[in-house]
Design a binder for this molecule. Structure first.
Ligand code: GLA
Length: 377
């Protein structure tokens, strides 16, 4: 009898742990540290429906994002770590930050502006990726809550000096995170530069809408509103071609499970080791339009990505190898998280027919990208 009692107590305790796994408030104390003489911390936004988002100013990172599933239980749908030290040790997977000054790749880190050649740092197979070895994701951003009409807004700002990672121009960038009452995480960017420069910041948040990173994202059903993509060479640098997606396993215009065609033996999927491609969104101007919709049959959570950007990088977590452990002890295994990064095309500064990434003095770079959540029965 005593044993049966013990067994049921243990069972109840385990259920409570599972429950907690989906909605554990992170300890702000674990985010207090200093880097480059600046203090790091954890910041929280909430909306009227109980949705919660947490951030750290180290890399302007999204740390956790609690959204309701089809049963009304809150699930944490983004990857993150429980301590700032874990973030200091895991920079190369770009977990949740704003990456830049130029998100994505630049061929051999070279480009020319106004007749002058520039060489950026090389950190990815002889190319430049996500702003270099010490990109925006490694910087401590100045952070404050600001009042704007509507919900609380978290403003994070960084001043990138002329020459940093090889980029020209002192750049002043601010990112505004907010949670709206229609359950959306809104990210607005603004930047100005003293000299002509190039810019392409993006959020590198990883998601797993099943509410746990213990399972792969291969069951997620994805739709991307793009009819074309930019094929690449083996090191994922665009060749310059703009190719139609019709007939390709990369075509997500009809909602399709990510796992259905991911191992097709075609050049693009072999080079990316899965999906790691730039989709050219079907749009003509800088209006905010729906770029993608993705849904987890496990939780019923559906996420729409809306943006004013011309393209979307879809990355299916192909370089995860299980060496990093995130929140709740979830191991970051192969294809257990995906990223949908709204941005300009990779290597745009080296292709005149790609949208311009140039920012001139006196101009203001802006971007709005929204990750909106709902449920599907
Ligand atoms: C991006 C790239 C991928 C990979 C990840 C980080 O999304 O496109 O190739 O480098 O970042 O691991």
């Amino acid at each position: 009898m005593k044993n049966i009692f013990l067994f049921f107590s243990l069972l109840l305790f385990m259920c409570a742990c599972v429950q907690n796994k989906t909605y554990t408030a992170l300890d702000p104390e674990n985010f207090v540290s200093t880097k480059d003489g600046k203090e790091t911390a954890l910041f929280t936004l909430k909306n009227d429906n109980g949705m919660v988002a947490q951030f750290t100013n180290y890399g302007a990172r999204l740390v956790s994002l609690y959204v309701p599933d089809r049963d009304g239980n809150f699930q944490d749908v983004t990857w993150g770590y429980e301590t700032i030290e874990d973030y200091f040790n895991s920079t190369d997977i770009y977990c949740g930050p704003i990456v830049g000054r130029y998100g994505n790749r630049i061929n051999k880190g070279k480009f020319s502006l106004n007749g002058k050649d520039y060489q950026l740092t090389l950190n990815n197979n002889g190319n430049h990726l996500h702003g270099g070895t010490q990109g925006f994701e490694c910087k401590v951003w100045d952070t404050e809550y600001v009042s704007k009409p509507g919900n609380d807004v978290l403003k994070m700002s960084y001043y990138a000096k002329d020459g940093e990672e090889g980029y020209p121009g002192d750049l002043d960038i601010s990112v505004y995170y907010s949670l709206t009452d229609d359950n959306a995480l809104k990210i607005e960017y603004q930047a100005t530069s003293k000299d002509t420069t190039i810019i392409n910041p993006t959020s590198h948040a990883y998601f797993n809408l099943a509410g746990t990173s213990d399972v792969t994202i291969l069951n997620h059903v994805l739709k991307i509103n793009a009819s074309n993509f930019t094929p690449t060479d083996q090191s994922l640098i665009p060749t310059g071609e703009i190719r139609k997606l019709t007939g390709s396993p990369l075509d997500f215009r009809q909602p399709t499970a990510i796992g259905k065609r991911i191992d097709t033996q075609c050049e693009a999927l072999i080079y990316g080791q899965g999906y790691d491609h730039n989709y050219i969104l079907d749009k003509k101007n800088k209006q905010i339009t729906e770029a993608a919709v993705i849904y987890s049959p496990e939780s019923g959570i559906e996420m729409s990505v809306l943006t004013d950007q011309p393209a979307l990088q879809f990355y299916s977590g192909n370089f995860m190898d299980g060496t990093l452990t995130g929140k709740y002890g979830d191991v970051h295994n192969y294809r257990t998280g995906f990223a949908l990064e709204a941005q300009n095309y990779p290597d745009a500064p080296n292709h005149d027919h790609f949208p311009s990434a140039i920012l001139n003095p006196g101009e203001t770079y802006t971007q709005t990208t929204i990750y909106k959540f709902g449920v599907k029965e």
